[in-house]
Ligand binder design. Sequence first.
Ligand SMILES: Nc1ncnc2c1ncn2[C@@H]1O[C@H](COP(=O)(O)OP(=O)(O)O)[C@@H](O)[C@H]1O
Ligand SMILES: [Mg+2]
Length: 1082
Amino acid sequence: MALHLGAQYILEHNVGISDAVLLHPLTEEAFIENIKKRFSHEQIYTYIGTVVVSVNPYKKLPLYTPEVIEEYRSRNIYELPPHIYAISDEAYRSMRDRNLDQCIIISGESGAGKTEASKVIMQYVAQVSGKGREIDRVKEQLLQSNPVLEAFGNAKTLRNDNSSRFGKYMDIEFDFKGDPIGGVITNYLLEKSRVASQIPGERNFHIFYQLLAGADPTFLETLKLSPKPENYGFLNRSGCIKVDAIDDAKDFNMVKTGMEVIGFYRTEITEVFQLVASVLKLGNVEFSHRSNADGTDGCDISNTGEIAEVAQLLGCLEQNLTNALTQRTVEVKRDKVKTDFSVAGAVYARDALCKAIYSRLFSWLVQRINDSIKVKTEQTRKVMGVLDIYGFEVFQTNRYEQFIINYCNEKLQQIFIELTLKEEQEEYIREGIEWIHVDYFNNAVICDLIEKNNVGILALLDEQCLLPGNVTDKTFLEKLNQTCKDHPHFESRTLKKNQSDRTLPHDAFRLKHYAGNVTYKVDGFIDKNNDLLYRDLSQAMYACRHNLMKKLFPEGNPSQKSLKRPPTAGSQFKASVQELMKNLLSKNPNYIRCIKPNDDKQSGTLDLEIVKHQVRYLGLMENIRVKRAGYAYRQIYAQFLYRYKMLADETWPSWHGDVVEGVKLILANQKIQQDEIAFGKSKLFIRNPKTLFDLEETRRERMHFLATLIQKVWKGHVKREHFLLMKRSQVVISSRFRGFYGQKQYKKKKAATLLLQCCTRRWKARKLLAELKHAKRMEWAARVIHKYYLGWKVRKNYKPKFRRIAGPKVARFMVVALKRKFLLNVRDKLPSLSPVDNKWPSSPKMYKSASDQLQVMHHKWRCRKYRRKLSEAQKYTLREKATASDIFKDKKVIYPESVPRPFKGDYLNIRGDMKWKKIHSLTNDINLVFADLVHKVNRANGKIVQQLLVVSSQAFLVIDHRTMTLKYRIPIEFIEKISLSPFQDKLAVFHMKKPENGDRFAKKGDFIIGNEHIIEIVTKSSLCVKNKTNTMPEISISPQCSGQFGSSAVQVSFQQGAKGLEPGIPGVKVTRKKHLMLISEP
Ligand SMILES: Nc1ncnc2c1ncn2[C@@H]1O[C@H](COP(=O)(O)OP(=O)(O)O)[C@@H](O)[C@H]1O
Ligand SMILES: [Mg+2]
């Protein structure tokens, strides 16, 4: 078997006898010699059966590596050299596999290595149990609880640099697989007197030094601390501050990370250190004496700065704190009276407060850790408890604390005796096994001396504490002397038997403990047992705003009036120890017995006397003897049968016969020798562990085989089930598939059939159609042939006649038809009735002239129709316009612009004019045709003057437009001719008839007038002439004309292109040169 280095080291160097049961000769000397020999070879562990005896090596040995753990893991206890790992493994496996709750009781003196051993156990359990995030978190929290609790609960003592000043029992809880899921820590009585004072050479609790050395300066500043321990009264008085083996700064960081890992909130961590700082600072508070007026003593705080800072840290009023520290309230006949403390009283109160704060803080820490590590799920748990309680202590002066600690150790020793010596021997007798009694010292008598109801020391102490009046430690001692004087383990100077013993002071008593005599000074017993804090102090603490402080002093709540006395420290401790004993007894115990090799913490030296003393009081020899004579293993028959029933064919898988018979069958089957076993009344005893290990080994192999068998059957079953399931599934799947496939095929076939059917039908139909068509064609062809034939026959018969008669008829008919078609086309596509619409339907060439004529006719017809629709006035206007067109179209340049302008006639609106009315009443020219201002050309010199011209149906009237007086009137019939130029000008020459009978108008001759509306004037006047005379006057349009001005004939000539003239009238220049009148225009 390949052993790892660590284990190999142990094996190769095995010296002496590793299990003391095998010692020969079995004497105390030989046992101690064996231990010494092994110790000198660094083999610190030795077995007594399954009990591990451990000697503190005071130096690091290569025994605790993960590799060594691997070696010890799941191996039987005797396969490898003795080790704590071996019994840890035994306990762990028995818990996991046999479902037995375990406890490991570690006992020994202070400094013997108990705490180290407990850590080794935890390390082992952490490594061998399962892995996983949650499990690792739990493990880490459990492991980290150690440095935190050690910092607050351990201190350097003369015996041990890291002495536990509290008792600790830790239940690690596991699930059914053996994985840790949480834990519960129980703490026992912290030695709080250490907070205020330590004996020379010892230190206060580690945390004070760690905080000062390890916290960073700013944090210390917020805590109002200086980094020097020398500055603090609670630290500087014992003369020991630094310990070589301890690195306080490093430890502080470990504590902080530990707290974080466990799950302390940041604020909680700060609050904890605030309290630690407050304790340190309160320790520095000093008092000065003051004599009161009433003659009593009083005191003042001499360094108030310190108090102010504490008040700030705790969030309370400085005055409240000062009052609480210097005064107390006393109830006198239901009145509350404040009395001052003397200096000593104040110091006492101060120290009591500090101790209370610190010890309550410690309990709170344990509680807080428990909150974090407790199992959060509801499940069945298995438990492994580790008990590491303060060891037996003997100092120069021993006080109340030592009394309590040693009482606890007595109880542990008793449990050991009960289970390993007494119970075991009694069991042999009970079971009827042949047995020679092994004598041992039973410490029950000492336990009784301390704890017995009514007469035990604790009871007497409680009684004294409850007595009214003046009770002192002295009266307590007297009471002890009285009650216990006959007890063999109690000694006191006043007793007769000890009167001459000078080593025993008068103020002390001595107890003969199982581990030696211890002298206890009674000084302080009453006080410490009472463990009372002045109400003023607890109220002041409760009044603080500091969260944690408030929680620690719930009794300070003023509304909580209950003044019931709390149980004394002693009775509390007794109760908790009894609870612990009950707990331990309910579990399967495993022991580690620690031995201290010397008193000087020296490695490599083993003081025989010191070791012998321990071996004796630990009862190790008796232990060996009982083990040696007895049987290593016992088991109730039924349980044995249940566990090993697979080792015989008859008992496997179940045995229905007598249980002992079944057990015997198994043993016979395994060929176990008769002297190896004994049959008790209810249990089977096996002498050698080896026999049991062989049984276990065979069982393991058998289990292996059975497991394989079960596995095989199970796997076969699972596979078969799986196969059947697959088969069923396959049937379902294939049936579904076939159904689906068939359906698909069917659909395909159906579609194909339909297609074929429809093709055939189509083909048939086509065929029929072709036949029908053929028949029809044949019929048609027959008819055509018949027709042609008939035609041919007719033509043959009638051809001569046809040419003569039918030919012309047909031609005529054709012509008529064509004409008809043409006319109908014209009728259908006639244009609109608007005279200006010149659309006309097209026509064949041969009817072109007919079409033109028809168009003209149509146009005329629609014009007439249009005209008919007109009124008389409209007709007249049209006639005027038509006349103007006849006269001027294409002759006069200005004609086109006059076309769109209507002929208004009366441009000046004089028809209503009174003066005009007067004129026409005289001349009878009622029918006014035109009236406007005109330019009249002077015939003599060509000058132009403006006159009003009125044309009536009867005459021309020239009127002075200013005075409206008629200048002259020319009857219309006198106008013979009118001349105009073709040019731009708007002038007209009106020619008069030759004077007859001396007509006065005619004598004046022709006249020239110009007007914007000259076209209108000419047109209207010529129409008037025609109306009067039935003949149109002659109208000449040419650049020249000859006129008669009076008696002289004048040539009027129009000239175009004159420069510098404005266009229009008077844009003309008229000049007369004898017989020539020149009219120039631009
Ligand atoms: N197995 C060990 N290996 C090395 N040193 C040990 C061992 N056990 C104890 N020690 C030393 O002895 C000191 C005291 O041990 P500790 O367990 O604190 O004693 P106890 O708890 O019994 O008072 C430890 O600080 C350590 O230095
Ligand atoms: Mg310890």
